[in-house]
Design a protein around this ligand. Structure first.
Ligand code: SAM
Length: 326
């Protein structure tokens, strides 16, 4: 089927990040501020029927891949039921989840059975004390438990997302490489983005020198991952270890952007670093037909901006990542 989801710049949009809640049980320094009270109220949340309907229409137009995210997606009640419904939608051939893993030990088996085969776990440090400093919660052992349960359950691949920060955890990057090598996890190092005050005050680290350093130290070479999204990947000479670099600041990848983000209240954000959006919550509740939804989705795709302006206008985005759906 040819996709109708092609934007003004010729990019085919086949990937949607679905935020099922903006709430989280951690307060990572670069994401949700301690004491934050701007969360959406439950009556604003899209319910499962609304989500399924909107994604079904999206898939008819060409959407292929979904990532369930948040906030912390495992905080949404009955998430497994939603995932199972979405994984059966015609056209959707890949469904994955991003989690902080605090609750993953309880949910891993059911999620795997429901059709999630790939999982991303956020882990910025291997030191329990440092975890508590970064995430403001003493949850390290629960996270490790969740991660290891997912490994035993057979999720493949498991990607570890590490937000790399200067003088916060940059001394642990090599340790994290070795941890991922030992456990057959793919590592992804992420540059902080200026989303909200927390994102702007994060200790930005340019990952270009880190990339050069790891290349040398671990004898890594370039790896092309088909449909691999924004990360640039390096691999070990035996091909068994892969590390990706998500570098929106030092080397942006907007020209190949293939995604949009749906927040918990049904707002479709066209770019992490811009404010273009389309509100689907009211439409879904006010009797819009599937044809209306199609029309609005196609209009939204037309709005997708060429690129973010994190470097030129770092003040522009006041939404924190948890709000947009990271
Ligand atoms: N709770 C889930 C998790 O931990 O993966 C999903 C949502 S979380 C917002 C998604 C990712 O966004 C996490 O890896 C987090 O570290 C990252 N993130 C949050 N704020 C960020 C920022 N300002 N810059 C870069 N990454 C950020």
């Amino acid at each position: 089927m040819t996709s109708e989801l092609i934007d003004r710049f010729g990019r085919t949009i086949e990937y949607l990040r679905l935020s099922v809640t903006d709430r989280c049980d951690l307060r990572c320094t670069y994401c949700i501020p301690e004491g934050f009270s701007g969360f959406e109220e439950p009556e604003q949340w899209l319910n499962f029927d609304e989500i399924e309907r909107l994604i079904r229409v999206f898939a008819r137009l060409g959407l292929k891949r979904l990532r369930v995210t948040g906030g912390e997606p495992l905080l949404r009640r009955n998430l497994t039921e939603l995932v199972s419904r979405l994984s059966k939608l015609p056209g959707i051939n890949d469904i994955s989840i991003s989690t902080n893993a605090t609750q993953l030990d309880r949910h891993a088996q059911a999620l795997h059975k429901a059709g999630v085969k790939r999982i991303n776990v956020s882990l910025d440090t291997l030191k329990p004390d440092r975890f508590a400093t970064i995430a403001k919660r003493d949850s390290f052992s629960r996270v490790m438990n969740g991660l290891m349960t997912a490994k035993e359950e057979g999720f493949n691949p498991i990607k570890i997302n590490m937000v790399a920060m200067q003088n916060v955890n940059d001394d642990e990057i090599e340790d994290m490489v070795m941890f991922c090598m030992e456990n057959s996890f793919i590592l992804r190092l992420i540059e902080t983005m200026p989303m909200g005050e927390t994102g702007r005050n994060a200790h930005y680290l340019n990952l270009q020198p880190v990339q050069a350093r790891l290349r040398e130290r671990f004898n890594l070479s370039d790896r092309i991952l088909p449909g691999g999204g924004p990360a640039r990947y390096l691999q070990s000479s035996d091909g068994r270890f892969t590390v990706g670099f998500i570098t929106p600041i030092s080397q942006h990848f907007c020209a190949t952007c293939n995604r949009v983000r749906l927040s918990v209240d049904g707002t479709l954000y066209m770019c992490l670093g811009q404010n273009e959006k389309m509100e689907f919550g009211a439409l879904l509740r006010n009797g819009a037909t599937d044809k209306d939804l199609e029309t609005m989705i196609l209009q939204a795709i037309e709005l997708k901006p060429e690129r973010h302006e994190f470097n030129e206008s770092p003040e522009k985005i006041i939404r924190i990542m948890a709000k947009t759906g990271g």
